[in-house]
Design a protein around this ligand. Structure first.
Ligand SMILES: [Zn+2]
Ligand SMILES: [Zn+2]
Length: 109
């Protein structure tokens, strides 16, 4: 009964055994005693457990799929450290410092 009372932790699996056929990707739950699986097209908006930090997060197909590439172990936003994100963090930090300086410096400085 309590089986479904957990957040699924997804792993990518290709269900097509025949390599000459188109791959059929699903996310399967990696937890023991759980046979849950879902087509990757259907994960949008579903809550899952992060494969890195274990926190719940909302799955977004746009983040899981990059062209033909699909992320094998989905993880949350804060575990996603893409160069773009690092760049944005730096910019945010710079903006914060600018704002801080503006607030301490006298007007017209
Ligand atoms: Zn599960
Ligand atoms: Zn995480």
């Amino acid at each position: 009964m309590a089986k479904d009372k957990h957040l699924h932790k997804y792993r990518l699996r290709n269900l097509t055994r025949d390599s000459s056929k188109a791959p059929y990707y699903v996310y399967i739950c990696a937890k023991q005693e759980c046979s849950h699986h879902i087509r990757i097209e259907l994960v949008e908006g579903k809550v899952a457990e992060c494969n890195r930090c274990g926190d719940p997060f909302i799955m977004k197909l746009s983040k899981l799929k990059h062209g033909e590439r699909i992320i094998v172990k989905p993880h949350c936003d804060s575990c996603t450290k893409t160069p773009d994100r690092l760049k944005k963090e730096k910019e945010d930090l710079k903006n914060n410092i600018d704002a801080l300086l503006e607030s301490v410096l006298p007007k017209g400085f």
